[in-house]
Write a protein that binds this ligand. Structure first.
Ligand code: ADP
Length: 274
């Protein structure tokens, strides 16, 4: 089963700006996908299509087998949670609790169900103790967690995050990385945009590169050490790959993409020496 199928997607903004140009893409259910590309590449525009915030000008999108149209978009939005880059675009209720309860309440869930779901979602992001706080009293990172809890409360099959690590401190980034891992273990498909090739190389199992609204390439994380494509996408190699590139004898069969691969390589070398 594919979570998302995009076929020949083209999208023009009202001013005629063609932000997405004939993109086709398949994302299997359960995948961890990193979407990378320079600013203005069309990442946000593409992500906004995948949960039905935008509908294609040309081409088609299927989400969990269902064709996205203006009519099916509201139902698709319940299955695909989108965490915006800026939590101020998403978190607007009087208290943290009310914000997370907003979606479930719209779905006409019972108060008992809402209580359970909001407790679990806020607990999951470590924000339960702030449940009575007005969001404008929170830090950026805390608001981001509330935005994530609001998405979790809708129990989506697919979670999309627009630059989730941006402006977070290192511990905040680690917390988000832990959450992403946990949701994936529970079988959810996760798609995020990022500029962080190191994070993409250690977390993702699929990489999508965009540039100027076009799909440059899509493959496994081995794409992140293909120097010509990486340069074309205005990215750089993961830092581990850069390190091993300085001593090619250490990696005769290709550069490691992340810490795990590098550790295995060094371990094997040490074993050979014994
Ligand atoms: P990214 O997320 O990769 O930075 P975006 O999807 O935000 O890229 O933008 C893709 C292109 O669409 C850019 O050239 C941007 O200026 C343009 N764009 C984005 N939003 C709008 C809008 N509301 N109206 C007109 N053009 C837009």
């Amino acid at each position: 089963m594919n979570a998302i199928e995009v076929n020949g997607l083209t999208y023009r903004y009202d001013n005629g700006m063609e932000a997405i140009k004939d993109i086709s893409l398949t994302i299997p259910a359960g995948a961890k996908v990193a979407l990378l590309g320079p600013n203005g590449a069309g990442k946000s525009t593409l992500l906004h299509h995948l949960n039905g915030l935008k509908v294609p000008n040309e081409g088609s999108i299927h989400v969990m087998g269902e064709l996205l149209t203006k009519k099916t978009a509201p139902a698709i939005r319940h299955r695909v949670g989108l965490v915006f880059q800026d939590p101020d675009d998403q978190v607007f209720s009087g208290t943290v609790w009310e914000d997370v309860a907003f979606g479930p309440r719209n779905l006409k869930m019972s108060e008992e169900e809402i209580e359970d779901i909001c407790t679990a979602a806020l607990g999951n992001v470590g924000m339960l103790e702030h449940k009575d706080t007005p969001p404008y009293h929170l830090s950026f990172g805390q608001k981001k967690r509330v935005a994530i809890a609001g998405v979790l409360a809708m129990k989506p099959d697919i979670i999309i995050l627009d630059e989730p690590m941006a402006f977070l401190d290192p511990v905040g980034q680690d917390d988000i990385a832990g959450l992403l891992q946990g949701w994936n273990y529970m079988g959810r498909t996760i798609l995020l945009s990022t500029h962080d090739v190191n994070f993409a190389a250690s977390w993702a199992d699929m990489v999508v590169l965009l540039k100027d609204g076009k799909l440059l390439a899509t493959r496994g994380i081995e794409l992140l050490v293909k120097e010509d494509i990486i340069r074309e996408a205005n990215l750089h190699l993961p830092i581990i790959a850069r390190l091993f590139r300085m001593i090619p004898e250490l990696a005769p069969n290709g550069l490691p993409k992340n810490e795990q691969e590098a550790a295995r390589l060094l371990f094997d070398l040490l074993q050979e020496r014994k």
